[in-house]
Design a binder for this molecule. Sequence first.
Ligand code: ASP
Length: 267
Amino acid sequence: MGLTMAKMAVVAHGGAGPGPERQKNLQKAVDVASKLLQSGASAIEAAVEACVILEDDPVFNAGTGGVFRIDGSVLLDASIHTSDGRLGFVIAMSDTPNPIRVAADLLSENINGLTGDGARLWADERGHLRKQVEGRPPAEGDGDTVGVIVRDSTGFMACATSTGGCSYRPPGRVGDVPLPGSGFWVNERTAVAATGEGEDITRALLSYRVGEMADRDSCQSLKDAMKIGLEKLIPKEASVGLIAMGIDGPGEGLSNTEMPWASWIED
Ligand code: ASP
């Protein structure tokens, strides 16, 4: 955990694909995170609560609005990673409107990740709400997955992501969102989250490699690292977007398609 003072900051995305119509919904989550930070909440708390706002909003493909798998089931993935190296992810969870809360509970465990029925049983033991998630039919293309990165005044960063998974995928499919280095990566200096075609993101180990590029060359801005990542590591036909944050400055977003994103930084 950093001991130096940092400007508090938030950046969030509402998925690769959707246009400006999601901006208002996304801004709500950024506002919640920034208010929490200003009232003394940790980066973890602010990232989780902002993610919950997005999971509870049915327009996003996460939590309540998770898209059906090809068998009609709603199975949710979520992850959280912190700049002190803690990790929590859940894969293909059923009956869990807020999988990010279960992932966040894993931060204090020796287990990094849980999947399927085992994840749900573990959540039951810890009192996480078990409730059928309504979900919605898949949309053409990808999109609407959510991601939030928060930095608190100590420079500590947390990245939370959540999804129902890409459209038209089978029930056992694992996308990038719960895979470290693929859909998310955080170290002491940089935090990155990805959205879009999960298979391409995973094959590229995109979040880790973009984070490395941003770290390795201090002259390279986050935006440059994201641009190189999208251009060099992702096939042209795949819709992919990124958000990223460093130890100072605002969070940034970039995508090769439409992607609503919003950020806030302390004055
Ligand atoms: N990356 C997510 C997945 O593949 C989907 C998305 O971001 O829209 O599950």
